[in-house]
Design a protein around this ligand. Structure first.
Ligand SMILES: Cc1cc2nc3c(=O)[nH]c(=O)nc-3n(C[C@H](O)[C@H](O)[C@H](O)COP(=O)(O)OP(=O)(O)OC[C@H]3O[C@@H](n4cnc5c(N)ncnc54)[C@H](O)[C@@H]3O)c2cc1C
Length: 395
């Protein structure tokens, strides 16, 4: 057994095991039928969200002084993995993902007043929030965003456009990344970006849902921002430092997304094994055929291996150690292993995999997302190539 604080220790503590069990039990109250209907009807899973709020789970990483439980990323990762693995998948995980960790910049850099006013309401499920970074013209090149916050006395007036903003329909507030200095006027490209936590004023922000391939219980939206007035008190931290604040949260976000992919892969595998044992063709269960059994066994091995990197990453983060290499690797491996498991589960179901009835088609659509967002697999490889291997930056 490793000594505390020295080597990586994969043993879950008693608290962590309890979290796993309790979250699995609560998630099990919302079965695949529930998620299928929410997804088909494009309906936010309010009952599910409220149950997690009542259980105190939304504040798992929020400091105790603000009404949360003050746990680390390891615990948050176990929570989201179990939610996803229950079959809730990305519909369940995305409904709460931002509540669980999205407020990190406010916790670290927000004013005391901002924290006092908002964090307890986030934790008790009353205040829904969304995160507005991506823009149509900038894509993954975040420093090229053009949504501009112009000073006007003690206010800022914001104009611009965001895309893919999840949960904006349901949200009262938004963490909004803007430019307060133009890219071309900034000494460093990461300068001049400013973060706000403010009201999503429907009179000033037109929110239009995007029709998309899956995860339809949680909307993703285009935002057209027209003279949105933001008081200075809604600025998170210092003007011009917004990019740095966002960067702080990137590694934990990668780990949480990895956990969601891992859970989805496990849910898919569970269904594949059940069908492989039950369905008989040519006088025997289809799971007897190595052509089906080997890919499923291979997926199990890949999910287990990806989980180990994830556990290492969350452990390093929670022990205050550098973890970018492991966080990126975990996101990359879990997203691939999760998608591959979902694809193989679909294949195992044959024609029925293509129907909605067995739920694997839904898992497949949701697992595909994790190779793209919030960070594409290519950008992970760019990071590893440049920052870990030391190769020249390719872009
Ligand atoms: C369902 C969903 C929900 C989302 N929710 C949110 C949200 O709540 N808030 C938010 O701000 N954003 C959100 N996003 C946006 C998401 O973070 C982006 O879609 C993602 O970061 C990819 O950016 P992009 O779509 O602009 O791709 P682009 O930047 O247009 O890239 C397109 C493709 O080119 C590749 N590529 C680009 N440059 C390089 C390079 N140098 N080397 C190799 N490959 C490269 C990318 O990997 C990608 O495959 C969401 C997206 C989706 C699909």
């Amino acid at each position: 057994m490793a000594q505390e604080g020295s080597d990586v220790d994969f043993e879950l503590t008693e608290d962590q095991q309890l979290i796993r069990t309790a979250v699995a039990e609560l998630s099990a109250k919302f079965d695949d039928q529930y998620w299928m209907e929410k997804d088909e009807n494009h309906e936010f899973p309010t009952e599910f969200y409220d149950a997690f709020a009542q259980g105190g789970w939304l504040g798992i990483t929020t400091p105790e002084e603000h009404g949360g439980q003050g746990f680390g990323i390891t615990e948050a990762s176990l929570l989201l993995e179990e939610v996803s693995a229950s079959g809730a998948g990305m519909n369940g995980a995305s409904s709460m993902h931002l509540t669980i960790f999205g407020m990190h910049p406010v916790i670290v850099h927000g004013s005391e007043e901002m924290k006092k006013e908002n964090l307890p309401r986030v934790v008790n499920g009353e205040l829904h929030v969304c995160f507005g970074v991506t823009e149509p013209g900038a894509g993954l090149d975040t420093t090229k965003i053009t949504t501009f916050a112009k000073r006007d006395g003690s206010d800022y007036v914001v104009n611009g456009r965001k895309v893919w903003i999840s949960k904006a329909q349901e949200s009262e507030k938004i963490l909004l990344l803007t430019r307060t200095a133009k890219f071309e006027d900034s000494p460093k490209k990461t300068d001049g970006l400013t973060l706000f936590f403010t009201d999503l004023d429907r009179d000033r922000v037109d929110i239009r849902p995007i029709r998309k391939m899956g995860r339809n219980a949680v909307t993703s939206n285009e935002l057209f921002i027209d003279d949105l007035r933001i008081p200075e008190e809604h600025r998170v931290g210092e003007e011009g430092q917004g990019f740095k604040y966002i960067l702080d949260g990137l590694n934990p976000e990668r780990m949480l997304v990895a956990s969601e992919a891992l859970g989805l892969g496990r849910a898919a595998l569970r269904r594949a094994v059940r069908y492989g044992n039950e369905r008989e063709v040519f006088g025997r269960p289809i799971g007897m055929n190595q052509g089906l059994q080997f890919p499923l066994a291979d997926s199990l091995a890949r999910l287990d291996a990806a989980e180990l990197v994830l556990r290492k990453a969350t452990w390093l983060y929670d022990h205050g150690r550098p973890c970018a290499r492991e966080a990126n690797t975990a996101k990359y491996l879990c997203a691939d292993a999760g998608f591959e498991a979902a694809d193989r589960a679909l294949q195992t179901h044959g024609g029925m995999g293509y129907s909605e009835e067995y739920h694997v088609a839904r898992y497949f659509r949701e697992a595909r997302l994790l190779r793209i967002a919030p960070l594409s697999q290519e950008m992970v490889l760019n990071f590893l190539g440049e920052h870990v291997l030391g190769l020249p930056r390719s872009y």
